[in-house]
Write a protein that binds this ligand. Structure first.
Ligand code: PGA
Length: 252
């Protein structure tokens, strides 16, 4: 059975002080949770303080992005080695906001995935269709292209988590129905099976993202191919994020 992952994507929220306050409140709320892998992705400036306060806990650290070069004249960028240095285990790559506002393409997403893997970072690769693409029947084409582009020449499926995030559901309060999520997740697993073989594809966790809340996480998790969530807005408060973690525990 795949171990569920619940990951917090804080986006551009929280100073170092707010990060410390969140973690000191949140960690005790989830210290008994064993059946869910818990991940928090604060902004770059909070990674070091988060690493310090998460030490010894069952909560893992992720970054929200990275650059693909090791070092050099790339003003404003952060390298995979720098993320390892602050004890990140995961990095989110290809979030739709990066694609939409910062010009990321499947090609640059792929460079990031490769660089992350080479540095030993696990990747949460985000893919998902816009409303327009869904309404014009292109959802599967988009998912297929983003997957094959993002995963080009990536041969480490064990270092990979996929996040299906329909763009129309992000920050809108409009969640995909469990059936819509399952349909997309099943399609994604079939594609992964084509790339890595059925056995490996069965092991890859596919998370749903887009207005996940304490109230809807269990119904999403009840779907066979939904293995967790990538949570934005509802991950910013310790109580709400802890409730999501607890409600995500799958019935055996
Ligand atoms: P949301 O964001 O939970 O606020 O919709 C999810 C995401 O963008 O990862």
């Amino acid at each position: 059975m795949r171990r569920p992952v619940i990951a917090a994507n804080w986006k551009m929220h929280k100073t170092t002080g707010e990060t410390r306050d969140f973690i000191t409140q949140f960690v005790p709320l989830v210290e008994d949770v064993q059946d869910v892998e818990i991940v928090i992705a604060p902004p770059f400036t909070s990674l070091a303080v988060a690493a310090k306060f998460l030490k010894g806990s069952n909560v893992k650290l992720a970054a929200q992005n990275l650059f693909w070069e090791e070092k050099g004249a790339f003003t404003g960028e952060i390298s995979p080695i720098m993320l390892r240095d602050v004890e990140c285990e995961y990095v989110i790559v290809g979030h739709s906001e990066r694609r939409q506002y910062f010009g990321e393409t499947d090609e640059t997403v792929n460079k990031r995935v490769r660089a992350a893997h080479q540095a030993g970072l696990k990747v949460i690769l985000c893919i998902g269709e816009t409303l327009e693409e869904r309404e014009s029947g292109k959802t599967f084409d988009v998912l297929k292209t983003q997957l094959s582009g993002g995963l080009k020449e990536i041969d480490a499926p064990d270092m990979l988590v996929i996040a299906y995030e329909p763009v129309w559901a992000i920050g809108t309060g409009k969640t995909a129905t469990p059936e819509q999520a399952q349909e997309a997740h099943q399609f994604i697993r079939e594609q992964l099976s084509g790339i890595y073989g059925a056995q490996e594809a069965q092991k890859i966790r596919i998370l749903y993202g887009g207005s996940v809340k304490p109230e809807n996480v269990a119904s999403l998790m009840s779907q066979e191919d939904v293995d967790g969530g990538l949570v934005g807005g509802a991950s910013l408060k310790p109580d709400s994020f802890a409730e999501i973690v607890k409600n995500a525990i799958k019935e055996a």
